[in-house]
Design a protein around this ligand. Sequence first.
Ligand code: ADP
Ligand code: MG
Length: 256
Amino acid sequence: MSLISVRDLRRSFGGVAAVAGVSFDLAAGEMLALIGPNGAGKSTCFNLLSGQLRPDGGSVALRGRALAGLAPREICGLGIGRSFQITAPFASMTVRENVQTALLAHRGEVWRFWRPAASYHAGPAGELLAQVGLGAQADRPAWVLAYGDLKRLDLAMALAGNPVVLLMDEPTAGMAPGERGALMALVKRLAAERGLAVLFTEHDMDVVFGIADRILVLDRGRLIAAGPPAAIRADARVRAVYLGSGEAGSGSGGGR
Ligand code: ADP
Ligand code: MG
């Protein structure tokens, strides 16, 4: 069943049609990759879905409910989460306290200053940290975390909002090649467990083709292909777009 339906989505900047009529569906539990060269319009799509940008035309619906005109906070409240927005968590707080803070924020609760942070949602915070593989780091200050672990913390903080859809625009940016696959494999496992729908971009084509259930290929604001990895790999137009950096699916030539 489709959770998100995007129809004929459009957005221009000046004379540039960054997103020029994009339509797709995203189902519960699905890992959907959005790929395409630099400037193809991927980030603009993400920003239109999260409400960061207003579309010029077209529609986005969550379970049939149109999201037009809603503020990012409202869209987030309906269950469309975004990961990796917070690149710098509260450094002096522990890893667990950061997740507790995210749980408080997502649940719209007030932090009562006379109660120590450690008394709020400590159990759920610990569960989230265990799920992203940070259980052993829970009581360390966030500033000691390695870069890849910060990304896992950010994922836990996004999951604190209990989203039904997770938007991940280049979640593995800056990570070592080996870590990228591991993080996205973790996301895929969590998506399957929670029935979470994930839309993501990723530059490493090995990761994209290994992880995605389905791939959308964007070029100059338009989808030129959509389908399972095997079909995308064999698609002549996709190959043409990726020419010069190897064929799609055989290396990390995406995202130029
Ligand atoms: P991608 O994420 O695929 O690299 P973007 O969505 O960032 O692509 O950009 C698509 C096109 O829209 C590019 O030509 C880019 O220069 C343009 N663009 C994106 N955001 C803005 C903006 N805020 N103002 C003007 N042009 C923009
Ligand atoms: Mg981008």
